[in-house]
Design a protein around this ligand. Structure first.
Ligand code: AMP
Ligand code: GLY
Length: 440
């Protein structure tokens, strides 16, 4: 155990979606959790898991937030989403009495500036797709006309997983560049575009806890980003994930650790950046070995919902140690069972969708598990209406996670549980894990 860990730690959890619900659920199992504080805009389930902070969290109010943390004796702040990390909330909260889990703005740049991330990868010889960055439509189009092979067009800023267009034809690519740079569908996130070589292979989400120098790799997951079954349609924030995955054997994980995680943490350190938090590498397993698609600087959503139910040990202790540079005191282990998580979404997502639809069936969903199994229904975009009813308030409404003896059983259980949830327009993918299940 970390020698500095107090017997009780008051924790402020920033973020209010499915990832944070899974984190809060795991925090509540810790004997070290004191008061848990939740952000006012968090979903309905999170609001009932702790006390709600007096005001919304923002970097602009960091001075007051810091004083408030002192008064309430909050000593650990856990930042879930990329937004506050990109805005520099970790930097703004820095103080001797407060540990912040999540990198500084300079570390978060790996995620919020894809062109910077590419440059760092190039410098550190990290395997990744070839890419060029452009700030004008003319240059981007000129470059595109010189390329024969399929490309991927990316807005370089933060777009909640939606600013990436995988193109089959040159017309698709031209259209994507126009949407990002001219129509500004992603706002300022599209000031610069990357035109990237399109890689082929299976995708892997590799998340690691990094305390500045130690890198503890979590059991890998596979996420399904496209909205439709069979991996068709536009990208979303993630329609489901499962863990563990047979795609990542020990040899592959050793390569990813050695050729991706260690060199990027070292490269950041050379730039003066001590990275503390989650380093999340989106990897494509290509015929030429693992290659990085992107880095994120936080837990994945919905990967976290599949990881937290398997992670053993005390999450307060783990994140406290990570934020304080003391991971060497921590052993990580995972429940050998398989987790499969499916996102139950509002009709129309990732495009326009309605809000305020009354949700039913949650208890019935949780009761779908047999002995030695479990089902957790994590809230993502939910709220209470004036009548106190649980209603939808986002594109991804709930993430249903099943834990069972095999991936196929976990998938079937997650599907059965998700089917018991009802709200107008609800839909989910029933094929999470299909690519490895087909191969097994
Ligand atoms: P990103 O946000 O960069 O991870 O991209 C979102 C998704 O787009 C990834 O999970 C992949 O499915 C796909 N993608 C991104 N980059 C590439 C690439 N270079 N080749 C093929 N697919 C890609
Ligand atoms: N599920 C992918 C992400 O969190 O970025």
């Amino acid at each position: 155990m970390s020698t500095s860990l107090p017997s009780k730690v008051n924790v402020l959890l920033i973020g209010g979606g499915g990832r944070e619900h899974a984190i809060a659920w795991k925090l509540q199992q810790s004997s070290h959790l004191g008061q848990l504080w939740i952000q006012p805009s968090a979903n309905a389930a999170l609001q009932s898991m702790g006390r709600v902070c007096p005001e919304e969290i923002s970097v602009k109010r960091a001075f007051f937030l810091k004083r408030w943390c002192e008064r309430e004796e909050v000593s650990l702040v856990i930042i879930g989403p990329e937004g506050p990390l990109a805005e520099g909330l970790t930097d703004a909260l820095a103080s001797p009495n407060l540990r912040v889990f999540g990198p500084t703005q300079a570390g978060a740049r790996l995620e919020f500036d894809k062109a910077f991330a590419k440059q760092m990868m190039r410098q550190a010889s990290i395997p990744t797709a070839d890419a060029r960055a452009f700030t004008t439509m003319e240059q981007a189009v000129r470059y595109l006309t010189t390329r024969e092979d399929p490309v991927v067009i990316k807005a370089t800023g933060l777009c909640q997983g939606k600013g990436v267009v995988v193109c089959d034809t040159r017309d698709d690519a031209l259209d994507a560049i126009e949407r990002i740079m001219v129509k500004r569908e992603f706002g300022d996130a599209g000031t610069t575009v990357l035109i990237e070589e399109r890689l082929k292979g299976q995708e892997l989400s590799v998340l690691a806890l990094v305390d500045g120098s130690n890198i503890w790799v979590l059991d890998p997951c596979q996420d399904h980003k496209q909205v439709g079954e069979g991996d068709v349609g536009p990208n979303t924030g993630g329609m489901g994930a499962y863990s563990p995955t047979p795609l990542a054997d020990e040899a592959t994980m050793t390569i990813i650790h050695r050729d991706v995680l260690v060199p990027i943490v070292d490269a950041l350190r050379r730039e003066g950046v001590i990275f503390r938090g989650v380093l999340f590498a989106g990897i494509m397993l290509t015929a030429g070995g693992p290659k990085v698609l992107e880095f994120n600087c936080r837990f994945g959503d919905p990967e976290t919902q599949a990881i937290m139910v398997r992670l053993q040990g005390d999450l307060v202790e783990i994140l406290w140690a990570c934020a304080g540079g003391e991971l060497e005191n921590i052993d990580l282990s995972f429940d050998p069972r398989h987790a499969c998580c499916v996102a139950v979404c509002s009709g129309g997502y990732p495009g326009e969708f309605a809000k305020g639809r009354v949700i039913g069936g949650l208890e019935s969903a949780a009761a779908a598990a047999l002995e030695h199994e479990s089902v957790m229904v994590f809230h993502a975009g939910t709220a209470r209406n004036a009548a106190g009813e649980l209603v939808t308030s986002g594109g991804r409404v709930l993430t249903v996670t099943a834990l069972a003896a095999s991936l196929s059983r976990a998938q079937a259980l997650a599907n059965e549980a998700a089917a018991r949830i009802s709200f107008e327009g609800a839909f989910f993918r029933r094929d999470i894990g299909h690519r490895v299940l087909a191969a097994l």
